[in-house]
Write a protein that binds this ligand. Structure first.
Ligand code: GLN
Length: 387
């Protein structure tokens, strides 16, 4: 008989990481036949023309590996998009890389430059993939909290937290999960803090084209001193309503892109080929991203109008397709309990915000995704108003 011997004394490399709240809530929504305003993805259709283009390129035989950094024609379109929006033209050959979603790009940027013992500053609530990458490098996440309702960055705290070990700052604007955006004042603070420092920026800008009330997206690409230190990450899945296609990208100076691609080539190597051909052709036609803010602002306004009759409190999101709300007037339950109950009883799934704080602090806030058909928003709001 073969003796099995379980590995003794195994210590998890990620003892504080559970299953991501996005998977948990989508599963809970499904099990309870609830409307899913939890995980961030549209429930409306995407461009059928873009779908046909993928099919066309599949039939044409573009079904083998794409070039490791991504299809050059797609990188060229991304470069033009950056130039049109931010007045900076990254070199498509050595400053733009296509990745398997923005999540891969975040992982690559961190692992390419962060070493064991380094510190990385991030602002909480923080999207949950950053800390995992930092910890896998043997580095330390250094958290600075932002608070309801405006979630602004306390730059004095940033000054205090920077040490000789600080290697990177992670920015996210428009911000997930809060819908806040960075202002020009924030950029100036960042510039003055980083002047003369050997410190990288990871700037997660996946909602760059979804910003409201005539605010301007302060991409770090606009600022030469910042972009020289930055990995700027974005997502065509967000901009073209196809999150399942997993097409992200990273813009970074050539010497950083070189390091980034060293990890990418031994991670996914390359990304789905026909999709890249299709997006390159589709993006050639016109700037499809120009109208996104208007499109989503209508959804935000509609949703907030409907929610005004509820007992939730909120301040309108300034960007992204997420809206936060406080349920303090409704219940004292912990946010995880609250979202579990409303999924089961009221058939609407939402995201609790405590999982985005390392200490799981519970400020009684939940996140709604409003990237949904109007009828979905109406049905969900009708339920939410009963709570
Ligand atoms: N970005 C999506 C959200 O915030 C989730 C992505 C994921 O599930 N990994 O809801």
């Amino acid at each position: 008989m073969i003796k099995t011997s379980p590995i003794q004394n195994f210590v998890s490399k990620l003892p504080n990481t559970g299953t991501t709240i996005f998977s948990l809530m989508s599963q809970m929504a499904q099990e309870n036949s609830a409307i899913n305003l939890a995980q961030g993805f549209p429930d409306f259709g995407m461009s059928e023309e873009l779908i046909s283009l993928v099919h066309k390129y599949m039939l044409k035989g573009f079904n083998q590996y794409a070039p490791m950094p991504g299809l050059l024609s797609l990188r060229e379109k991304i470069s033009v998009l950056a130039a049109d929006h931010y007045g900076y033209t990254p070199n498509p050959s050595d400053e733009v890389t296509i990745t398997c979603g923005a999540t891969e790009a975040c992982y690559l940027a961190v692992t390419a430059v962060v070493k064991a013992g380094d510190e990385v500053i991030l602002f909480e609530p923080a999207f949950d993939c950053y800390a995992t990458a930092i910890e896998l490098c043997g580095a330390k996440p250094v958290y600075i909290q932002m608070h309801y309702p405006h979630y602004t960055i306390d730059w004095q705290k940033v000054r205090e937290k920077i040490t000789e070990k600080t290697r990177m700052i992670i920015l996210n604007t428009p911000h997930n999960p809060t819908g806040s955006v960075i202002s020009l004042h924030d950029i100036h603070e960042l510039q003055s803090i980083l002047a003369g420092k050997e410190l990288f920026i990871l700037s997660d800008e996946v909602y760059e084209h979804i910003i409201f009330d005539k605010l301007v997206h302060e991409s770090v690409l606009r600022y030469e001193d910042l972009r020289q230190k930055s990995f700027v990450i974005s997502s065509l899945g967000k901009s073209f309503h196809c999150t399942g296609w997993r097409i992200g990208y990273c813009i970074a100076p050539a010497h950083l892109t070189k390091e980034f691609r060293k990890v990418h080539q031994h991670n996914t190597f390359s990304v789905h080929t026909p999709t890249q051909y299709a997006l390159a052709e589709y993006m050639e036609q016109k700037d499809h991203c120009r109208d996104l803010s208007i499109f989503f602002q209508k959804k935000r306004d509609k949703f907030l109008h409907l929610l005004a009759k509820s007992r939730f409190d909120f301040f309108p999101a300034r960007g992204s397709y997420f809206q936060l709300a406080s349920y303090k007037n409704i219940s004292e339950e912990a946010d995880i309990e609250f979202v579990t109950r409303i999924t089961k009883e009221f058939k609407v799934a939402v995201i609790p915000v405590s999982p985005f704080y390392h200490d799981k602090r519970d400020e009684k806030i939940v996140r709604f995704c409003f990237a949904k058909k109007d009828e979905t928003l109406e049905k969900a709001a009708e339920q939410l108003c009963k709570i």
